[in-house]
Design a binder for this molecule. Structure first.
Ligand code: URA
Length: 230
């Protein structure tokens, strides 16, 4: 929210008073003096009036998990373990998943409480590639790459998928890079050729690669550099 609105939403300031505090350069956000009324204040921002803390700012949290098979990408499930069950974090109920994976899909899963950050990763408009290693039941044909690059029509959503890049690694293995993350997208793309996906592993989301030191089920906090890469 804009800093002028943040201030005038507090019971003690009206809009005029909020503007004046900014002009007088008495407001700081994360230690930086702010006079621009459009400056963005987030739930993670520390906002002060002179030395007085108006909002302490809650800590932003970012984790990378190696999702194992047999767990659900959801915050709760009546039957199966969820990816959040794998986290030993006291505030895990405030976290959400940036880009779900199917029950038996393995690989990179990013978990955070920062909605703006996760939207940048997952929204098709930012065009960040999601890279999967795919294993199929039948041989991957020579026509797959061009078909995926041209886009496939998904009747349910009434859309054509954005150009995807396929690198064939072996008769039944490939690396597929897609921009959006539609429901069961990879399986449906191979399903167009009646070729069943029997193994699916997400290696990368945008600039972030699954840490090879993480065994399935393990996780770690992202580094500051990794957070800022997105
Ligand atoms: N596409 C799928 O079909 N499944 C996943 O888990 C991820 C992408």
């Amino acid at each position: 929210m804009r800093v002028d609105r943040f201030l005038s939403n507090l019971p003690r300031f009206n809009r005029q008073q909020a503007r004046r505090l900014l002009v007088e350069r008495r407001i700081s956000v994360d230690g930086v003096t702010v006079s621009d009324p459009h400056y963005e204040v987030r739930e993670f921002s520390r906002v002060c009036l002179d030395a007085e803390v108006l909002q302490a700012g809650k800590p932003a949290r970012y984790f990378m998990l190696h999702k194992p098979q047999g767990c659900v990408s959801a915050t709760s499930d009546p039957q199966h373990p969820t990816v959040l069950d794998l986290l030993r974090e006291s505030d895990k109920n405030e976290l959400h998943i940036a880009g779900r994976l199917d029950f038996n899909t393995t690989g990179l899963m990013l978990i955070t409480n920062d909605g703006q950050w996760s939207r940048r990763l997952t929204q098709p408009t930012t065009k960040l590639p999601k890279v999967y290693r795919v294993e199929t039941e039948d041989v991957i044909g020579p026509d797959y790459a061009a078909t995926f690059a041209a886009g496939l029509y998904f009747a349910f959503e009434d859309l054509t998928t954005q150009p995807a890049e396929l690198a064939v690694l072996g008769p039944t293995t490939a690396r597929l890079s897609i921009i959006e993350g539609r429901y069961h997208q990879v399986k449906r793309m191979f399903g167009y050729f009646n070729n069943k996906v029997i193994g699916l592993h997400r290696e990368r989301m945008g600039p972030l690669e699954l840490d090879p030191a993480l065994a399935p089920g393990e996780y770690r906090a992202l580094t500051v550099e990794e957070i800022h890469q997105v």
